[in-house]
Design a protein around this ligand. Sequence first.
Ligand code: NAD
Length: 487
Amino acid sequence: MKYSQVQNYVNGKFVNSSSSSERKLEIISPLDGTLLSTVPLSCSKDLDEAVQSAKAAFPAWSKTPIKERVQVFFRYKYLLEKHLDELAALCSEENGKTLGESVAEIEKCIELTEFATSLPQLVTGEVLEVSKGVECRTEHVPLGVVASIVPFNFPSMVPNWTIPNAIALGNCMIIKPSEKVPLSVGKLALLLKEAGLPDGVFNVVHGDVEIVNAICDHPGIEAVSFVGSTKVAKIVYQRATHNYKRCLALGGAKNHLMVLPDAKPDMTAQNVAASMSGCAGQRCMAASAMVAVGQVDHIIDKICEEAKKIVAGKNLGAVINKDSKDRIERYITEAEQQGAKILVDGRRTVVNGKEKGTYVGPTVIDYVTPDMAIAKEEVFGPVISIMRTNTVDEALAIENANPYGNAASVFTQNGGMARYIIDRASAGMIGVNVGVPVPREPFSFGGWNESKFGVGDITGKSSIEFWTKLKKSTTKWNPEAGVNWMS
Ligand code: NAD
């Protein structure tokens, strides 16, 4: 085993889970099958200890002025920069993405932290003299102990969607990393401590469904942020809100790219190929369905050329595990059996010297129809399914019929047509000539429909509303009293 057993992090110390001897999982690198570590599947007692530690830290942390709190994140940002290579290597090892993609992930963590350091400028309240001597004032107040439950596909970035903002805003946090990629968050805990975060403000409890349920049920937790599949987002949203907690649950996606005949062929092909294959297609913003409007065969040919330049083990990483590889390949085979045409086939991909790695090559499938499973469901692999239509309205109808609503993109040189699609596509994040339309800070990230349950977005300015509650105070003083007192 390359690393020692993963431990929980409670009150500033790494500790064993009380169930670590009974329930644990092996962490296998998707890159080459190396046994990296084991992760404990903690129990509700472990969670309770973390909640008590966070509760104890809350009074002092929440009363620390925000200008002092963000100093921790200035230092944390510097430490992320200093440890970028190490964090990126760990991310690549446990998740399977390429080193370049992992570096980009840590750079995004730095950008997220940079945003948190600007929060003092953004959380100012309001004050108004509403009648003579009477003032109304608002201020954003932290919630207390909050929880963040995260998925496997971004071991550092998704945790950093919540850690800097929630904590800089005065909350104390319990995070439950994905049991598939538990290593990166342990490193983040060490950096937060080195940055000067007081013990108990940030805690890590590893585990699976048992800990997620315990988080939703724990009376000491005020708010739950969740990122993962739609199936689990629904469960978490229902359970947390049933227990009267604030909840924002981001789910899965099926993002459509609409390619119009006037699209620039080279640029479009490069963007489509990069969007479907980046992070081996394991991104909630990946394009997995392309709607070809009219005659775009020349662009599809170029997409195939671009896809063939993407080589597993070089500029394409592995998918998370064997189950995932098998599932993705099943979708491709089923589509083929139903009449779709495989233009580039990534099944049965093996990387020399890394035979135990779990790779799927880039796959381009044409003549997919909207009723096929591969067109409707989230495949989460480096696969693009092309559907053919004659009009933009037909393309929009396909996009809008899918239950998700994370992202949609259009490739065209016609500004009026782009606006027409922006206005009609039912998705929270739209791209025009952009394959992965992730809004950058300070803009917020969040989809619509079955890609998100709850109000507001998870990052950017919108997150302030989620991580704080508004206190409204009305004060009345006799404006003359001070003068009288002075005299
Ligand atoms: P997942 O839903 O399987 O797991 C997410 C978290 O939920 C993990 O921490 C896991 O331990 C926990 N979990 C799993 N099953 C559970 C259950 N039955 N009850 C309670 N908790 C459970 O997701 P994943 O496979 O880790 O991640 C991939 C998914 O996340 C994809 O669907 C992807 O689109 C989505 N995702 C969405 C966004 C977004 O912004 N919308 C971002 C990243 C990933």
